[in-house]
Design a protein around this ligand. Structure first.
Ligand SMILES: NC(=O)C1=CN([C@@H]2O[C@H](COP(=O)(O)OP(=O)(O)OC[C@H]3O[C@@H](n4cnc5c(N)ncnc54)[C@H](OP(=O)(O)O)[C@@H]3O)[C@@H](O)[C@H]2O)[C@@H](O)CC1
Ligand SMILES: Nc1ncnc2c1ncn2[C@@H]1O[C@H](COP(=O)(O)OP(=O)(O)O)[C@@H](O)[C@H]1O
Ligand SMILES: [K+]
Length: 505
């Protein structure tokens, strides 16, 4: 599903109204009905409800929900903030409809506001601002948001937590954003929801289908896409029945300085579990026994001249794709070896972990990376690599620029990992869970990617499939072990289930 901007959502909204020949108030009623349905399915009529409505259509939704809840037998107190005497036409109409239920349901605030006493079990419905927020909240609205956040009550935000911009929050006033327990958003995830730091505002997320025009959605051009199973499934090539080891390619993994052999094991086993024909591991001699025993299917490519650090792979080119980085360390010999290998590499390449830390110290090497190289930084590695600011939006913009200017595939790892392609498109992943925040899980991802590259998947396709499968393997691991107990090896052990789940095997 696409992730449109707030401006594009407005256009899709307007198109739906004209195309369907319905009035905007009827679309608002449809939206409010689905909100009410979501709320009543979770909270019973014994829950006291307080609704805060703003002056725009987000407020209109809130007023309509208040009316529907009252009609459903809930006790609801509603406050409409009409400070600037400029409420939208549909918000005004919804206020009239609410008032028509009788006295006392609606309090209109035109100047000062005395916050009501709220019991701990009160449910707050936040309909102050949605996609129409145009600047950070200040003054009375900022105070109101701080009040809402201080109550300790459960908060349901309509469409967007009030105060949160749909895209860029890098210069927002972060104290003036509602911290929702649940956000009921219309039709699309918003770009800001993809950034890890905004989870504390969004809370749990539920996307409500309000049947906006599918033809308009399909013709809306946006670089941002949220990827789910159906999309990924289409990217698979059929596996040749008569294929042999050679058909499915050889992957070379350069990993594991002495003391980090586990990184080589994890990347190597993930690679073997992901379909390539042969796996070679280039690793220091001192890792010999552990790799031979732990990964008997792999061919070890010894680093003879140095016992502890990874050195050059000599001029060997008997592989179809190469991954450099998991646990290699940043020793100067390794650094030199990485430089030589980058300059020499002609096959698809994925760089992870310490390979990226070495490049971060030699940023001009970015210019030498072969086109379509995949890099897989976590936020700190990306910060070292680019000196970008620390918020998700700024990081994404820098990743998009890097991807376009250097023709790289940048996989920005996180809860919603972003895959940035050189043509400007960005795909956000839908699988994965906090159990995967465990040492070594990035090594597993690298192993899956290089396996798909060795099978001659285009780098962009390999990146998309690998990120999705990796997260899915983590989700399957969590479904049996729980998020507290997953290890990176459990992710490897669920790669096969992840393939089977995705491909209905
Ligand atoms: N998508 C869909 O199809 C559907 C969408 N629907 C709903 O519509 C919502 C969008 O409605 P919307 O466009 O009226 O914007 P909304 O968020 O209510 O705010 C606009 C008002 O806020 C004001 N304002 C802005 N910033 C401010 C600030 N910092 N401080 C103070 N004021 C500020 C701004 O005034 P101005 O900027 O002109 O000063 C204006 O008065 C959307 O989120 C969803 O809930 C559904 O009803 C139906 C289907
Ligand atoms: N909360 C989370 N939700 C989803 N995926 C996660 C979460 N935390 C970590 N991951 C995934 O786990 C991997 C962690 O990689 P990384 O930080 O490089 O780990 P390591 O360096 O220990 O191998 C990434 O693919 C990341 O997307
Ligand atoms: K809201």
């Amino acid at each position: 599903m696409i992730i449109p901007t707030a401006k594009q959502i407005k256009e899709i909204d307007a198109f739906t109204i004209s195309d369907e020949g319905i009035s905007s108030i009827d679309l608002m009623e449809r939206a409010a009905y689905s909100l009410t349905d979501a709320i009543t399915s979770q909270w019973s009529t014994s829950t006291p409800i307080v609704v805060f409505a703003g002056p725009g259509n987000n407020g209109g939704d809130a007023l309509a929900v208040a009316r529907m809840l009252i009609c459903g037998g809930y006790a609801v107190k509603t406050y409409l903030f009409n400070i600037a005497s400029r409420i939208s036409a549909d918000c005004k109409e919804e206020a009239e409809r609410l008032k028509s239920l009788g006295e006392g349901h609606l309090t209109e605030i035109t100047s000062t506001f005395e916050p009501p006493e709220l019991s701990a079990d009160t449910l707050i419905i936040d309909g102050l601002f949605g996609t129409g927020l145009s600047r950070p909240l200040e003054g009375g609205f900022a105070t109101l948001v701080r009040f809402i956040n201080s109550t300790g009550c459960t908060v349901v935000s309509i469409d967007v937590p009030s105060g949160l911009m749909c895209e860029d929050n890098s210069s927002n006033n972060l104290e003036s954003i509602v911290r929702a327990s649940l956000t009921l958003t219309f039709q699309f995830r918003k770009l800001a929801f993809m950034f890890d730091e905004n989870e504390m505002y969004v809370g749990k997320l539920k996307v409500l289908d309000i049947q906006l025009s599918s033809s308009k959605i399909n013709s809306t051009s946006t670089p941002y896409e949220y990827i789910e199973a159906d999309y990924i499934r289409e990217l698979f090539k059929p596996r040749v029945n008569s294929g042999n080891k050679g058909t499915f390619g050889t992957a070379m993994i350069v990993a594991g300085q002495y003391g980090m052999a586990g990184a080589a094991l994890l990347a190597g086993s993930a690679c073997l579990r992901s379909g390539c024909g042969k796996v070679m591991v280039h690793t220091p001699l001192l890792n010999n026994n552990i790799i031979q025993i732990g990964l008997p299917e792999a061919i070890i490519h010894h680093d003879y001249n140095e016992k502890r650090f990874c050195n050059p792979i000599s001029s060997d080119t008997r592989f179809d794709a190469i991954c450099i980085g998991p646990g290699i360390g940043t020793h100067t010999d390794t650094s030199r070896a990485l430089y030589d290998q980058i300059r020499r590499t002609r096959c698809p390449l994925v760089l992870d972990a310490d390979a990226l830390n070495i490049i971060a110290r030699n940023k001009e090497w970015l210019d030498f990376l072969p086109a379509k190289t995949i890099i897989t930084p976590h936020p700190l590695e990306f910060q070292r690599l680019t000196d970008c600011k620390n918020d998700g939006y700024s990081r994404l913009k820098v990743a998009q620029e890097l991807s376009e200017s250097h023709e790289l595939i940048v996989i920005l790892k996180g809860h919603h990992t972003a895959i940035c392609l050189p043509d400007g498109r960005v795909y956000f992943n839908s699988t994965g869970n906090s159990g995967m925040a465990t040492a070594g899980s990035g090594d597993v991802l690298s192993g899956i990617i290089v396996s798909l590259l060795a099978q001659h998947y285009q780098p962009s396709v390999a990146a998309l499939i690998a990120v999705f499968l990796h997260g899915k393997a983590g989700d399957l691991a969590s479904s049996t072990l729980g998020e507290y107990s997953i290890t990176a090896s459990d992710i490897v052990n669920n790669i096969s289930n992840s393939f089977r789940d995705l491909l209905n095997m």
